[in-house]
Design a protein around this ligand. Structure first.
Ligand SMILES: C=C(O[C@@H]1C=C(C(=O)O)C=C[C@H]1O)C(=O)O
Length: 99
């Protein structure tokens, strides 16, 4: 394999390791999102747009401190939270209408 091919393979195996850690953190985050969903009284509370903005602004600041792109982190968080809201809405619905 070429030097570039070897370097790319090494980079990808390091990305795979990071993905393993990221997915573990996502699992822990999902548990907390599910717990939050069970405490909420209606779908507006599940969506909590003010809290979404607070989270996104905070992680943009963390991204700057860490040398990451705030725009990329912003987009990742908005996509991630959108998926968690869908999950939380399903949990909320199941709690209100069991069976
Ligand atoms: C977990 C919550 O519910 C939703 C999910 C959020 C998240 O994933 O960070 C934030 C706000 C809500 O849209 C919450 O209200 O804190």
């Amino acid at each position: 394999m070429t030097d570039a091919g070897n370097v790319l393979r090494d980079i990808r195996s390091r990305i795979d390791l990071l993905d393993q850690q990221i997915v573990q953190l996502l699992a822990a985050r999902e548990d907390l999102v599910r717990a939050a969903g069970r405490l909420k009284s209606d779908t507006a509370a599940v969506r909590a747009p003010d809290r979404v903005e607070q989270v996104v602004q905070r992680v943009r600041g963390l991204a700057k401190e860490a040398g990451a792109s705030p725009e990329v982190v912003d987009r990742i968080y908005r996509a991630m939270i959108s998926a968690f809201i869908d999950l939380e809405l399903a949990v909320h619905r199941a709690d209100r209408h069991p069976g």
